[in-house]
Design a binder for this molecule. Structure first.
Ligand code: ISE
Length: 334
């Protein structure tokens, strides 16, 4: 039986999830959707042949769907994730779980008191082939202990609404999640330092920045966020282990030899760079949901990510090293 899915928030990524579920993946179908912009939402619903609900919470409580995908703008995530927990249905929420750590904590508490894990957070990098290869090598200690990591998160350009905190809270939040998963441990401290600003930035954005994290066992990580490179979407992850240096591979492209240059195209946008990761992520979510499990990043992971990001933001604002403090992981998530 197909998983009946509803989508709240059918702006950009909501629609790509509908398309991948209905056209490419197996085992699920988006049959309902909702959007605060009624006129736009109705058009989208018509386009994809699903039932439109003016009120997302009503859709979640309707009994017509088995699971919901939350792709509204970030400040509304909490409301719909909470509604799903209340209705007892599985929910996939795009990253971040909520913009404030406190809101993530409320979600964790609601899920625990509901007594069943229902929430998955959309940290898609865990589904990327390359990161999965790194994870395998690190987990097995094939090349000894990982000691330090050099990473980069480069975007071609961002708009004027993207400001200094977003480098951590919107972009490097991906590294915060995926590196913690890769190393299978939590962070101890965070720091953010600045570089020389690019001429392409604007008054409210320090670009590039470098975030420095240490893990509990002492692994040191630096992540460059450079979001106005002007030319590329480029994700780097170099893991220095005791016996080898490991580098994140990129999805491959044909090699072209022309005009006295031999090379291959690289991605200029996250939506194409991680398209395979998104497909695997949503397929695995459909599969585990049908089997009654959450296999992916949990609400706890969403909370830890946000606590870490806020610590890094504080470190940046005060130009100090901040110790990352949070509660013990509840047994519920073990
Ligand atoms: C964006 O929100 C994303 O999630 C992308 O994956 C990231 O690369 C980009 O920097 C963010 O702005």
């Amino acid at each position: 039986k197909e998983l009946r899915i509803g989508v709240v928030g059918v702006g950009a990524i909501g629609r790509t999830h509908i398309e991948r579920i209905n056209d490419q993946l197996q085992g699920g179908r988006v049959i309902a959707c909702s959007d605060v912009n009624t006129e736009f939402g109705k058009k989208v619903a018509e386009n994809y042949g699903c039932t439109f609900y003016e009120d997302g919470e009503e859709m979640i409580a309707s009994g017509d769907i088995d699971a919901v995908i939350v792709t509204t703008i970030d400040p509304y995530h909490e409301q719909y994730v909470m509604a799903a927990i209340k209705a007892g249905i599985y929910v996939f929420c795009e990253k971040p779980l909520a913009p404030e750590a406190e809101a993530c904590k409320r979600i964790v508490e609601a899920e625990i008191s509901g007594g069943k894990q229902l929430v998955q957070v959309g940290f898609m990098r865990r589904y990327d082939q390359g990161y999965r290869q790194l994870k395998e090598a690190i987990k097995n200690r094939t090349y000894g202990e990982p000691l330090l990591l050099h990473c980069a998160h480069r975007n071609p350009a961002v708009d004027e609404s993207y400001d200094t905190p977003m480098a951590v809270e919107n972009s490097m939040i991906h590294e915060i999640d995926v590196l913690r998963w890769l190393l299978d441990e939590d962070y101890d401290t965070a720091e953010v330092v600045f570089a020389k600003n690019t001429r392409r930035t604007h008054a409210n954005l320090m670009d590039p920045q470098i975030m420095i994290l240490t893990t509990k066992s002492g692994v040191r990580i630096d992540v460059e966020a450079f979001v106005n490179t002007g030319h590329c979407y480029d994700i780097k992850c170099e893991v220095c282990c005791e016996d080898a240096i490991l580098n994140l591979p990129e999805p491959s492209n044909i090699e072209v030899c022309a005009n006295a240059v031999r090379g291959h195209a690289i991605h200029s946008d996250w939506s194409t760079r991680f398209v395979d990761a998104y497909n695997v992520e949503i397929q695995e979510w459909i599969n585990s949901t049908k089997e009654g499990r959450v296999d992916g990043p949990t609400a706890w992971d969403g909370y830890v990510g946000q606590v870490t990001a806020k610590a890094a933001s504080k470190a940046r604002d005060n130009q100090t090293v901040v110790k990352i403090e949070m509660e013990e992981k509840p047994d519920f998530y073990n």
